[in-house]
Design a protein around this ligand. Structure first.
Ligand code: ADP
Ligand code: ADP
Length: 223
């Protein structure tokens, strides 16, 4: 499991994340929800190892990741715009992490087929990613991140580049994919509906701190 303990992240004089604790249990999906600028992305980046915290510890199964660089944390990353490799086809994008890990070709092909099926893109392997719609590109980015079976998936506004209708559809699909893969995930969003569709628990952030944590229906109940 992931344990974030008393993490503080500063940019010069600005404290972007202030003394935050949060846990994500195995197989759990947790959403960081809150307005723009409240520190969600900074917290996610600190978990990923892309920011160095001024204080606090990020642990996986009790192990302090303070000296573990991004590519050794075993986490999968999906960001706002999927940042696919434009010169590779869909299968080449999804297989990228597997090739880097030296997975043999036969196994790679099988795994890519399985992943494309999972994200609803069966038969798209040879398509150029530049010819896909925004929603399809986001599915490819998701398949690519899931390919090496990451122990934790970190998603930063994965659907925000898409229009509203597409986003709702894709949120449901993403929810199904995360459940069927049993993925442990920490997700950043400013969209309530998205958080509630996807998350087992929601952590509401304000001004760099977590103000509330609970199941979506607990957090959202208005007084
Ligand atoms: P959110 O993801 O909730 O929109 P961010 O984590 O991106 O919020 O930003 C939190 C605060 O930190 C904001 O005030 C933002 O302007 C600031 N910030 C984010 N990234 C940087 C950076 N690289 N350098 C300086 N300030 C930053
Ligand atoms: P280097 O300077 O060689 O990149 P660092 O020791 O600065 O190595 O950090 C290694 C990785 O771990 C970086 O990705 C960094 O952001 C992250 N990191 C450093 N200190 C901590 C910490 N206390 N908690 C969590 N992550 C950290």
């Amino acid at each position: 499991m992931l344990r974030v303990e008393e993490i503080t992240v500063r940019y010069g004089a600005l404290t972007a994340v202030s003394d935050v604790d949060i846990e994500v249990a195995d197989g759990e999906v947790v959403a960081l929800l809150g307005p723009s600028g409240c520190g969600k992305s900074t917290l996610l980046r600190a978990v990923a190892g892309l920011e160095r915290p001024a204080a606090g510890v990020v642990r996986w199964d009790g192990v302090d990741l303070g000296r573990t660089p991004v590519h050794r944390r075993g986490f999968g990353l999906v960001f706002q715009d999927g940042q696919l490799f434009p010169h590779r086809d869909v299968a080449g994008n999804v297989a990228f992490g597997l090739r880097m890990r030296g997975v043999a070709k036969g196994e790679r092909v099988a795994r890519v087929g399985e992943l494309l099926e999972m994200v609803g893109l069966a038969g798209y392997g040879a398509r150029r990613v530049t010819e896909l719609s925004g929603g399809e590109q986001q599915r490819v980015a998701l398949a690519r991140a899931l390919a090496p079976r990451p122990r934790l998936l970190l998603l930063d506004e994965p659907l925000s580049a898409l229009d509203r209708a597409l986003r709702e559809n894709l949120a449901l699909d993403l929810s199904r994919v995360l459940r069927s893969a049993g993925t442990t995930a920490l997700l950043v969003t400013h969209d309530h509906d998205e958080a509630f569709t996807l998350a087992d628990r929601v952590a509401v952030m304000r001004g760099g701190r977590i103000s509330q944590v609970g199941r979506p229906d607990e957090v959202w109940r208005r007084p």
